[in-house]
Design a protein around this ligand. Sequence first.
Ligand code: URP
Ligand code: ZN
Ligand code: ZN
Length: 470
Amino acid sequence: MRFDTVIRHGTVVTASDTFVSDVGIKDGRIVALAAELTDADEVIDATGLFVMPGGIDSHVHLDQPSGDGIVMADDFDSGTRSAAIGGNSTVLAFCMQEKGQSLREALKIYHAKAEGKCHVDVAFHLVITDPTPEVLGQELPALVEDGYTSLKVFMTYEGLRLRDDEILATLDTARRTGALVMVHCENEDAIRYLIGRHEEEGKFAPKFHATTRPVAAEREATHRALSLAEIVDVPIVIVHVSNREAMEEIRRARQRGQKIAGETCPQYLMLTADDLDQTEMEGAKYVCSPPPRDKTSQEACWEGLEQGVFDLFSSDHCPFRFDAPEGKLNEKGKRHFRWIPNGIPGVATRLPILFSEGVMKGRIDINQFVAVTSTNHAKLYGLYPRKGTIAIGADADIALWDPDKRVTLTNDILQHGADYTPYEGQEVRGWPVHLLLGGETIVKDGLLTQQKGRGSYLLRNRSSLVPRDA
Ligand code: URP
Ligand code: ZN
Ligand code: ZN
């Protein structure tokens, strides 16, 4: 067979195996894995490089309306460009339902936002903020059949949070339809109460974002979400876990026999609440929810990755400009942490940080790296085996990693819309030097090779966590 492209002499890494092989690509798919493939239009020399499935980041916020004049720093163009620079070939973004809006209306708006702009493949999770009988009874079941097979619910944020009975009704619909529910676990009433107390005490600086969202508020909500899922007997994903106590809730639920996936993010390995405690509002750069905790929590999150409590390592990329009236330093945000938009950029730094801090420092092996950054995302969100592995028949979404390349993270190389990175100045060892999407090179030597996005929208199967008869 004559191939379109052959990747030669690289070390192929999947979630289970590491082996030296050439990779033959035809019509956007991987069609051969063998030694010395030669007959090709294009040959990419991967000597000394790891050949891995492109990263899949299943927790990314792009172009979401954020209220009150606040504007997210990335649309689908800049956000997916930055994703590609950081070695990702697929992102799962959120399609946020407004109150009173049908899910189909919301999807129409988000598809229009993404259309023709994406540099990598994209799919949407639905965010359910208004679980009316029509939404749960008719729309959601039809949309799951149509390939929108995951959704997120919030236990915090005024205007987004669901009550427990609403969460139960949503989980029950998920069980009947075979959808997978992601849950943001923080106790909103406790947070509101603490914000009130902080206001009485005149505490308004960014660092108080962390003290109004304590570990106990996350642990309690995590336990409650797991209990609600147990009551209706449905798998769930606990997203962006920041500390040991919430993590141990996941472990215990699994020991009880529940099917639970867990996710953590770079900010919980790399940042602490001290980063919010800085002069000149600098701390606003690190305001996200749940907030970064302390060194002990970082160690716990590493343990969760090493021991498989966390299946997913995602960015929770939710970018706002720092020095901008529509961003972190909006007029109200300058005066009160409560109005600092929550979220930090991270879609480009997720993989290099885990590779450098995890693989190169011996905390996880390279197969675990592939599992938690790509394969498990594909399996849990219904994209496997088309995505998330190097195998015959899979999409040729391939990242070539140079384990010896040292890069100092600076905002300008990340190509996102935010005016900062929380990781400015940090050196990483290992970098995705080349990225193919469907067999086409889209990033070479850290630069996008095509200005026009050629990513597609992906309809998805049901999650590997969902029982087959659902
Ligand atoms: O602070 C964060 N994480 N913002 C993004 C929204 C969310 O809760 O995932
Ligand atoms: Zn969340
Ligand atoms: Zn998020």
